[in-house]
Every structure is written in C-alpha cells, then in structure tokens.
Design a protein around this ligand. Sequence first.
Ligand code: OXD
Ligand code: MN
Length: 594
Amino acid sequence: MTNNKHVLSWIEEMAALVNPTEIVWIDGSEEQAEALRAEACSTGELVKLNQDLLPGCYLHRTAVNDVARVEGRTFICTSKKEDAGSINNWMDPKECYETLNKLYKNSYAGKKMYVIPYSMGVVGSDFAKIGIELTDSIYVVLNMLIMTRVGKNVIEALGDSADYIKGLHAVADCDESKRYICHFPEDNTICSVNSGYGGNVLLGKKCFALRIASYLGRKEGWMAEHMLILGVEYPNGDVKYISAAFPSACGKTNLAMLIPPKAFKEAGYKVWTVGDDIAWIRVGEDGRLYAINPENGFFGVAPGTNDNSNPNALLTTKEGCIFTNVCHDLDNNTVWWEGLDNNPPKNALNWRGEKWDYTKYDKADKVGTSGAHPNSRFTAKAVNCPCLSSEFNSLKGVPLSAIVFGGRRAKTAPLVYESRNWQHGTFVGSIMASETTAAAAGAVGVVRRDPMAMRPFVGYNMGDYFRHWLDMGKKIPNAPKIFHVNWFRTDDEGHFIWPGFGDNLRVLLWILDRCEGKVDAVETPIGFVPKAEDINIEGLDDVTIDTIRELLTIDNASWLEDVANIKEFYAQVGDRVPAELYDELAVLEANLSK
Ligand code: OXD
Ligand code: MN
C-alpha cells in the first residue's frame, strides 16, 4: 500500500521479531472489514448478534484477567527518569525494549500481522496526526476501524514522511504478570503486549491521543486533554462550545450527550456532542482556543447506560457496534447490562461466558455476580450519535468559550465556581479530585487527586505539564474562562442534592452567561460562585433557591483539610511544580484563614 521506506523498513523489522504467517494491510474498505468479522466469528473471537435487532453488531469477551486499563503496568520510557516524573511509572528505554523484545519474539507465530494506518483527527487537517498500529488481533482492527479514521487515504497523506507514531501490539499469551503498556515519547513509539482490552490495545486512544500527544503538544505548543467537547445551542441558533475534564465515573459521556430539561427543550435549547473523551486544542488566528475530538467513535462504559441516563448513547449502539464483556441474552441473541432496564435476561451468559443467574446478583460483589462486567464497553461509531455536532469533522475545530473541571466531592466543592484568571484556573485544574465510592456500607470516600483528569495520561512529568498549561495561557489573547463543577454534593443522609443529568444544562448556561459578561457573581475564598437566583430552577420539583444556596456554600474547615492534602500531592509531584501554583495555594490558604 505504500513505498514509504521508513514505514516499510519498520514493518520489516517488527515482522522479523514477531514472526507472523502473513502481513495484511488494513485498507479501510467495508469488504475487508466484513471478511474479518466473518473470520472472527468462525473462531469465536466475535459473536454475531441478532441482525434484525442490532444490525452489524457483535459481542466480544476479553480474557477474565484482562478487563481494564492497567495503570500499574503502564510506563513512560524517557531517557531521563525525571522527565517522566514521579506520578508515572518509568523504565529505562533500552532496558524496556530488551524486556519487550523477549516477549514479542515469535509472539505472532501462526498468526497474521495486521497493519492499521490510522489518523487521529480528520485526515490531512492541521490538527491530524498519523499512527500505524501493528496487531495480531482482529478485534483490535475492528475497534480501530470504528474509533479512528483508517485506510489508504491515511497512507497517502503520510506520503514519504517519517512523521508517524509507531505502535506494536501483541495479545501474545495474555499473561498479566508480563503485561506492558509502554510509551517511548522520544521515539514516537508505543508498545503493548499481553493484553487484549481496549484501553491497553487501541493504541490511538489513551496511548497516542493522550500520552504521546500530550508530549508532542508541549513540544509543539498545543494541548492534548482528557476532555469532552459539547456545543450548547440557544433558541436563536447561536452555539457556544465548552470542553470539560472529569475523572472516571463522573458521567462524562452523559454530559457530552446531555438532553435539555423539558422547558429548555421546548424553548429551543439543544446540546451537540463533539467528543466524549479527548480534546486536542490549539490557539486559533483570532487568539481563541479551538478544539477537535481526534477520535471517530465512542468507547463507552455500558453499565448504567439507559433510556433515561443517556438515550443518545443507547441509540448510538444500535448499529455497527462492538460490545465487550456485556451479558449475552441467549433468548433473542442480544446484549444486556446492569442498569439497562429492570428486566435481566433469564437465559443468559455473563461477561465470562458462563451461564448466568440474575437472582444471585450481589451489589457487594459486582465483578463476581453481575451479568456484564462493571467496565464492560460499547464501541460505537460517532456518526450514529443523534446529537453529533455538525462541526464534528471541522478542520479548524470549535472555539471554546469555557473550560470546565469537575470531580465527585460529597462536601467540599460547590455546585459551580469560576476561577479568577487562567493561572488560577490552572491551579483549580491541578487540584482536581474525586472521592472513591467504596461499595461497603458507610465506607468513607478516599480523595484521589487527578489533575485535569490526566493523572494516568500525561506522557511526561506532571510538574512540566502544569508549566505547559501556564505557558499556554500566555499565548491565548482571548482565553476561555475556567470553571469547576461538582454534581455530586450530598446531604447529611448521603443523598445527592443536585439532580444532575439533563439539569446540568442549568449550570452550563450560568457558565456561558459569565463568559459573555451577562451575569454577576459573588467572590469567595475559592473563586466566584453564582448568586443563587441566577441558576434557573424553573420546572425543578425538589430544588428550591435554598437548595441552590446550600449547594453553593463553602465550608472553610473542609477546604483547609483539602489544602493540607494538596500540599502532600504537590510534594509527591515533586520539584517541577511551578512556583505560580504554590502562590495560588498560599492565596487559597490565606483566604480561607481570614
Ligand atoms: C476511559 C477512561 O476509558 O478514562 O475513557 O478510563
Ligand atoms: Mn477517558
């Protein structure tokens, strides 16, 4: 498919190492994809689902020891350890290649090597970057065909250039003690071995579009962020864009595909999805920030997705979708997961492929007793999404009015607050945190700091990443405002106070009003919060203005506890934390102590 000598010699070298029976180039054609689906069905790698109810849909099960990303086995291999920083696992590149090469040696024996040329971003656009993934897995090929732009045009766009990200993946024997997800940012290389689970093996996603891209972004003056991108359309047709970063389990996909509350829908408000997971962001000619979603599909968590929580996501999965580790309903050959509906299948296989008895389900042992694995997934095409933005394929991206950070905090963070400026906003992002929801009754949440939701995804030293944010701020004459939200505040009985889901639009509208200078705010020790009357609660039954007041209170004592925890975290990040962020921390502490 190409005469590019850099590509050909690399493939030759890798093939000599892994020793496949054959090398197959993936050309992006439907014909080739269909043949691969048929082959995967014949070996049991895929199960073809009911084509009347779920046309083009398939089920896959990963090995039971291989159901999630493995942060403990994910490495950033820079020549100097301090360039990877203390938050990442580090290995010396030379030693790492040696270890990996032993595992790769002959690992494709008896198998084919699939060569996947893919583009993150619209092929040929200024934002786009090219990768080539070599894999021994048809499942990976079929997922990459959904999640990225694959095919001949990518190779044409690359031409004779050596500017692409190399990715070598081998499921090998899926031995978890020998599982490695390694990044060599100085060599534009990703190596993944002994896993077949999406986040570890779809190398365009977390490995390239976040870890390697964050490194490239710092070098080249742009940003790769773990953010959704959405557009809010006003009744007059104006659309304003927001990007938002949340740690896992905070409803990112739900927010990206939000359905406005009834009164807002009737008034003509709409929400459009540009992306649900990753944003690549550059400064535009007009001095604003512009964002694209480099992906072409959604790799969403299935459990909890239903007609109420996220009808758009559910519709997105109805055609051409690959389901991974969900429950297989044998009566009608469809799929099911916890939280889809209250009607679990009576004749079904669980995510392990064993006969499943729904009556034995025990919330305290989800992995052991559920039909679908808690981290089971759907891989769905973006074009299937009913609320996909018309700007999804935009070459220049969408202009950001606001950047929103969020976390899951029972008490500390108010419903929403606005940072004072870009530097303070960077600080707000750097102290992002979520409380883990322990399954055991009464267990207290443990705070995990997850700066900009990038803790597992920064491809270099976290302190340098904070510095990059501050440096970017100096290059954006018309920077978006930076906010923080918390949908998860609870009352004394532990019930959520804010209804969340579609009603989050009410908060987004205040955020956008602030960006336009249309509404006042109240200054507090942590930043600006709304006046309670400025959050529109029309049509909400259980929320009064007093509820909003409660949601906006700031408890100095719990914030001071947080300050202590932030100091510990900064110390852990190490001596590259910029002085400006320590200044912001000192201001926060002083404000709270007044
Ligand atoms: C994801 C994640 O899968 O952030 O998107 O873990
Ligand atoms: Mn993610």
